[in-house]
Design a protein around this ligand. Structure first.
Ligand code: OAD
Length: 246
C-alpha cells in the first residue's frame, strides 16, 4: 500500500473509533532531542544497563547511577514535546476512552496535554527513599547533591523501573482493565523496539479482540508482523499527517 493510502485508511479507522489505546517508547521522544536506548546513538550502545539501571548497579555505585539520571533530567528539562506528543493529546480530547501506556519516564506526554497516561517504567521526575519507599516529585536539574538523600538520612533513588524489577501493579492493572474489556477499536504502537514481552502481549490482546493495529517506527519490530498498517517513518511526521485527515 502507498504511504498516502495508509494515512487515509488510518484516518478513516481512527474517525470511526470510540476507544483508542496507544503504546509508546523512546522513539516518540527522539524528535524532541532525547536519545533512545537501542538506536544508533542510543544509551545502551556505550553504557551498561546493569551498571546504570539495575538495583545491583545502584548498590555498587549510587553516585554513578545518579550522575547518569541527573544528566538525563537536565537534558530532558530543556526538551519540548514534539508534534507526535501533541497529536496524541489532541486525539484524546476527541474521545471519552483513550489511554497511553508509555515506557518513557520523561513526562513529555503530560507536558503536551495528555491526561490518561500510564507510566509503566515510572517517572524520572520522582525520587524514592530507599528505606521508607516514600515518593517525592522532584524537578530540580541538575540536583545540588549527588546522590540525593531523604530527610531520614537514607539514599534516594529515581522512581523508575530497573532491569530485574517488577512493573508497578496498579499501572499494570489499569492497562489490562482498559484492553481486556475487548472493545479497543484502534491501537498505535509508536517508537518502541517492543523487546519486552508485555508490550507484545498488550498489542496482541488488543488485536485479538478486534482492534485495528498500527505501528510507527523507523524499523520493523516483532509488532510489525501482526500490525494492520506499518509506517517505517518518524512519528512526528506520520501522526500529524493522519490527524490532518481526521
Ligand atoms: P528503544 O531504544 O529500545 O527503541 C526505540 C525505538 O524507537 C526503535 O525501535 C527505533 O527504531 C524507534 N524510533 C527512533 N526514532 C523514532 C522516531 N522519530 N519515530 C518513530 N520511531 C522511532 O526504546 P524503548 O523501546 O522505549 O527501560 O525501550 C524500552 C525500554 O528499554 C526503556 O523504557 C528502557 C530501556 O532499557 C528501562 O530503562 C527499564
Amino acid at each position: 500500500m502507498e504511504q498516502n493510502e495508509k494515512i487515509l485508511l488510518c484516518a478513516k479507522k481512527l474517525k470511526e473509533s470510540k476507544k483508542v489505546f496507544v503504546i509508546t517508547g523512546a522513539g516518540i521522544s527522539a524528535e524532541s532531542g532525547i536519545p533512545t536506548f537501542r538506536g544508533k546513538d542510543g544509551y545502551w550502545k556505550n553504557n551498561s544497563p546493569q551498571k546504570l539501571a539495575s538495583p545491583e548497579g545502584f548498590a555498587e555505585n549510587p553516585k554513578l547511577v545518579w550522575e547518569w539520571y541527573d544528566y538525563r533530567r537536565t537534558l530532558i528539562k530543556d526538551c519540548e514535546p514534539n508534534p507526535a506528543h501533541y497529536v496524541l493529546s489532541d486525539i484524546e480530547k476527541k474521545l471519552t476512552q483513550f489511554m497511553i501506556a508509555t515506557q518513557n519516564v520523561d513526562g513529555l506526554h503530560q507536558r503536551a496535554g495528555s491526561n490518561n497516561v500510564v507510566e509503566i517504567h515510572g517517572s524520572i521526575w520522582e525520587i524514592k527513599c530507599t528505606e521508607e519507599n516514600k515518593i517525592e516529585k522532584n524537578t530540580e536539574a541538575p540536583l545540588k547533591e549527588l546522590p540525593p538523600k531523604c530527610s531520614c538520612g537514607a539514599l534516594m533513588r529515581p522512581n523508575v523501573v530497573w532491569f530485574g524489577e517488577t512493573l508497578p501493579e496498579i499501572q499494570l492493572m489499569k492497562i489490562y482493565n482498559f484492553i481486556k474489556s475487548g472493545d479497543v477499536d484502534f491501537t498505535f504502537v509508536i517508537g518502541t523496539s517492543a523487546l519486552f514481552y508485555y508490550i507484545i502481549d498488550w498489542a496482541q490482546i488488543a488485536k485479538q479482540s478486534g482492534s485495528f493495529l498500527v505501528e510507527i517506527n523507523l524499523d520493523n519490530t516483532t509488532i510489525s508482523s501482526i500490525a494492520d498498517v506499518v509506517f517505517l517513518d518518524k512519528a512526528g511526521l506520520i501522526l500529524p499527517e493522519i490527524y490532518n485527515h481526521l
